[in-house]
Design a protein around this ligand. Sequence first.
Ligand SMILES: [Zn+2]
Length: 114
Amino acid sequence: MYATGNPKTKKELKERVARAGRWYCARCGTLSDGPKGGPDGSLIRPPCSREEAPGILCLGTVRYGAPVSVYSPGPFPAPTDGKVTIEGPHFPAPHRWYATATVSGGNIVPGSVR
Ligand SMILES: [Zn+2]
C-alpha cells in the first residue's frame, strides 16, 4: 500500500502525517494550530513569524497540511479503517522503506506511523 504524496522516506511520511490538518512552515517546519486552510495547502496565512534570532523572523511560507491517506495499486482497495502496512517510494522506484500505521476514515491517524 502507498501513501498519498509519495513520501521518499519513512521520516517524510511521519512529517506529512504530523502536519496533516495543521499549519506548518515549509522552511523551518514549525507547526501551529488555527483555522482550517485549503485542502491543497494553499497559502492563506502570513509568513512564518518564528524568530530565528532576536528580531530576525523566519518568514518561510506557511501552508496547511493535507491529510495523508493510503491507496492500493492492485485490484483490492485499501482499507479505510484499521491497521495497514505502507511502503515507498512508489513503483517504479525500488521500495526503500516500510511502515505500519492506523487509518481512520481513509486517513492516517497522527502518531500511528511506526
Ligand atoms: Zn519558519
